[in-house]
Design a protein around this ligand. Structure first.
Ligand code: FES
Ligand code: FES
Length: 171
């Protein structure tokens, strides 16, 4: 079946088998291997991507169901060679060990911060409850998402400071 999918801002037209899962379309057809496959049975969350802005487990979605829709994978977080603040926070707060769960954790964390820019620890834990990590004990993952929320809040406050500064200099 022919599908047309926008992935990380780029449009792809592909011919896929109706039974192909989105995760295998992303990894095998598009070469976007940042999305991991842990269980293939909707349990671990390693395959989490955003579909029209909502976190989904891409081993539970058929590629044909993404036709005409917008997908964001972990590769879409970095912009112009700069890591996303969430990625930086995972690095700084040691939010990973083996890294297998990390792409899924990042995408669930990203989806959470899109709807709740200032989540409590409990809200973060609920937000990543569909993602399993067998290494970290989750503490540093939660800390990393909290830290990313602060970084993003600071970044969004900066332009208004600049506006204020430029406003005062023209007085
Ligand atoms: S690979 Fe999709 S939930 Fe585990
Ligand atoms: S860092 Fe190894 S599974 Fe999470």
């Amino acid at each position: 079946m022919k599908i047309r999918v926008r992935v990380n801002g780029q449009t792809y037209e592909s011919d896929v088998e109706p039974r192909k899962l989105l995760v295998y379309y992303l990894r095998d057809d598009l070469g976007l291997t940042g999305t991991h496959v842990g269980c293939d049975t909707t349990s671990c969350g390693a395959c989490t991507v955003l579909l029209d802005g909502k976190a989904v487990k891409s081993c539970t979605v058929l590629a044909v169901q993404a036709d005409g829709r917008d997908v964001m994978t972990v590769e879409g977080l970095e912009q112009d060679g700069e890591l996303h603040p969430l990625q930086t926070a995972f690095w700084e707060e040691h939010g990973l060990q083996c890294g297998y769960c990390t792409p899924g954790m990042l995408m669930s964390g990203y989806a959470l911060l899109q709807t709740n820019p200032d989540p409590s620890e409990e809200e973060i834990r609920r937000g990543i409850s569909g993602n399993l990590c067998r290494c970290t004990g989750y503490m540093n993952i939660v800390k990393a998402i909290r830290s990313a929320a602060s970084k993003l809040a600071d970044a969004s406050a900066e332009p208004s400071k600049e506006v204020a500064a430029s406003g005062s200099s023209s007085d």
